[in-house]
Design a protein around this ligand. Structure first.
Ligand code: IMP
Ligand code: ZN
Length: 357
């Protein structure tokens, strides 16, 4: 076998292993995780109705590769025009869950920004109800095909606050999350274009969430903004998304705080938050046994999946299969869902561990 063939074979084995591995996904945006084929279908449907005339080149926008961070947010604007119907929201939720289940994700914490739209009669509440309907539909389909998904997939929801929103809109989202707690909403996320707005606008809402017992995760350090990073660390959220651009003293501070970091390789590289995989802070986090979890961010927008992200960790940082298993297993420590579910996930990993040594 030539060395090229051997490399190819090793890669195949690794990818198969990563797919088979039970995994925990904690940072996935619903509208960033839609299949390209579904987006194109929705675009066609809107085109026939004449509801996307302001985007004549919608196909090219959807299919473009290598987007900058700002181009990603242009794409999100297009996606949000395509997903303004309740039935579309239900459909994409169902499909996204099926896609994660197909690669052995056993726990998915899906996040999405509740949106209102007067034209389609959508309110933040009806939006979340449409998402919940999608979760129910996915569960039904997956139950029927349970032999394909040995461990099943548990889905919980985080409601996101978009950095374009006002304080009152953010508080409305937190109140909605509290009302929907018994339906599987387990926390709050702050996301959106990192160069937009001031995160302090959302501090009252985030503080309120915390006071009411809702865990909070913040998108942090996607761009150079040391003051914001400083304030976010002082807030001490339950998890941090990305945490790419920190100053020397802030890395030290983070190290002591031990706030779990949601690491998203492909997203960070595609958006330029990290220059190259060799510069990725995963190396330092991993070496120092820092709490972290590997995630996708936007599997649709960045054409990735969780298995590939694990494979990237293995090839880029020389991790063994056993190291990957430990990473996947440890991620159960950082979920926002209730303790019994954590124990259920621990049992899944304990049950399969002998096969992964
Ligand atoms: P949605 O909340 O389901 O509509 O998912 C898309 C939204 O997630 C975007 O409009 C952003 O607000 C947020 N988002 C997705 N990816 C990123 C990211 O890389 N940085 C910050 N926000 C993001
Ligand atoms: Zn994100």
């Amino acid at each position: 076998m030539s060395s090229n063939q051997a490399q190819h074979r090793a890669r195949e084995i690794l990818v198969r292993y990563c797919k088979r591995l039970p995994k925990i996904e904690l940072h996935a945006h619903l509208n960033g995780s839609i299949r390209d084929s579904t987006l194109l279908e929705l675009a066609q449907e809107h085109d026939q109705r004449g509801t996307i005339s302001s985007y004549p080149n919608v196909r090219e926008i959807i299919l473009k590769e290598d987007r900058s961070l700002q181009e990603c947010f242009k794409l999100f604007d297009v996606i949000h025009v395509l997903t303004t119907d309740h039935s579309f929201i239900t459909r994409i939720t169902k499909e996204v869950i099926e896609d994660f289940a197909a690669e052995n994700v056993v726990y998915l914490e899906l996040r999405t920004t509740p949106k209102s739209n007067v034209l389609t009669g959508m309110t933040k509440r009806s939006y979340v109800e449409a998402v919940l309907a999608g979760i129910t539909k996915a569960n039904l389909v997956l139950c029927e095909n349970h032999q394909l998904h040995a461990h099943g997939i548990q889905v919980r929801l985080l409601l996101s606050i978009d950095r374009r929103e006002t304080t009152d809109q953010a508080i409305e989202t937190v109140k909605l999350a509290l009302e929907m707690k018994s339906h599987g909403v387990v926390g709050i996320d702050l996301s959106g274009n990192p160069v937009t707005g001031n995160w302090k606008t959302f501090l009252p809402a985030l503080t309120y969430a915390r006071q009411c017992g809702l865990p909070v995760t913040l998108h942090c350090g996607e761009v150079h903004n040391p003051d914001e990073v400083e304030e976010m660390l002082a807030f001490h959220p339950d998890r941090l998304g990305h945490a790419c651009v920190l100053q020397e003293s802030q890395w030290e501070r983070l190290h002591n705080l031990r706030i779990p970091v949601e690491v998203c390789f492909t997203s960070n590289l595609r958006t330029g938050c990290v220059k190259s995989i060799c510069d990725h802070h995963f190396a330092w986090l991993y070496k120092t046994h820092y709490p972290l979890v590997i995630c996708t961010d936007d599997r649709g927008v960045f054409s990735t999946n969780l298995s590939s992200e694990y494979a990237i960790a293995a090839t880029s940082f020389d991790l063994s299969e056993h190291d990957l298993f430990e990473l996947a297993k440890n991620a159960t420590r950082f979920i926002f869902a209730e303790e019994p579910l954590k124990r259920h996930l621990d049992r899944i990993f304990a049950g399969v561990e002998p096969n992964y040594r």
